[in-house]
Design a protein around this ligand. Structure first.
Ligand SMILES: Cc1cc2nc3c(=O)[nH]c(=O)nc-3n(C[C@H](O)[C@H](O)[C@H](O)COP(=O)(O)O)c2cc1C
Length: 204
């Protein structure tokens, strides 16, 4: 959901969403997630700016992709070599420069999840909690969208950590928007057929 009405999300609604996130399961029931609720336009813009800055840096890296090929994974190289990545990124940079919020889509609220840095595992608890929050929002008639680009740019950004008082040793491991939907969806986006391998043992 990327198009929102101007209607604000009340503190009560946000608290209901956070209350559901509080019940999300976590490894060892460690409950490592902490949340920052952003409604401040300037703060949201700061994250959009650094996300667009990360696009510019990535665009520069893409110019040297042939040189970088031996040092990056095959999948990252494919992203760097893809015409659609280059065009999509350029389009977002241009639209942002002309004043369009291509990162947060003018969402009235954004929730940011931070957790202790535990390497690859860091993202599991936060992703479960954020998904709980997004489903709770849906139940309240509020739309949401995962913000992967912003999360990648923000995850360890020192300036942002300082501004948001996030302690050292933690990671921003989930960001999603919240807003009342402008449009009604009549169907889900198309999905591929399920890919599943069944190992069901001997059948009598
Ligand atoms: C991990 C993850 C990262 C995403 N990052 C972004 C993002 O940065 N910007 C955006 O507009 N949508 C983002 N999305 C939304 C996906 O594009 C969207 O979920 C997908 O197109 C499927 O649509 P649906 O969620 O409405 O079924 C992200 C989704 C996921 C799961």
């Amino acid at each position: 959901m990327r198009q929102y009405t101007k209607k604000d999300i009340s503190k009560e609604e946000l608290e209901k969403i956070l209350e559901v996130m509080r019940y999300a399961p976590s490894g060892h029931n460690a409950q490592p997630c902490e949340y920052i609720i952003l409604k401040d336009r300037e703060m949201i813009k700061m994250i959009s700016d650094l996300t667009i800055q990360s696009f510019r840096s990535f665009r520069n890296l893409m110019r040297f992709r042939k040189l970088l090929k031996p040092f990056v994974s095959k999948s990252l190289y494919e992203i760097m070599d893809s015409k659609s990545t280059a065009l999509g990124m350029e389009d977002m940079i241009q639209r942002y420069a002309s004043g369009e919020d291509v990162i947060f889509f003018d969402a009235p609220a954004v929730i940011l999840v931070h957790v202790p840095d535990m390497g690859g595992l860091s993202y599991v608890d936060s992703t479960i909690a954020a998904t709980y929050g997004m489903l709770a929002a849906h139940a309240l008639g509020i739309g949401s969208c995962w913000m992967g680009f912003a999360m990648m740019a923000a995850t360890k950004n020192k300036k942002l950590f300082k501004t948001l008082y996030i302690p050292k040793g933690r990671l921003i491991a989930g960001i999603f928007t919240l807003g009342y939907p402008k449009n009604k969806f009549h169907r889900l986006p198309v999905r591929n057929p399920v890919k599943a391998t069944w190992s069901i043992g001997a059948v009598s």
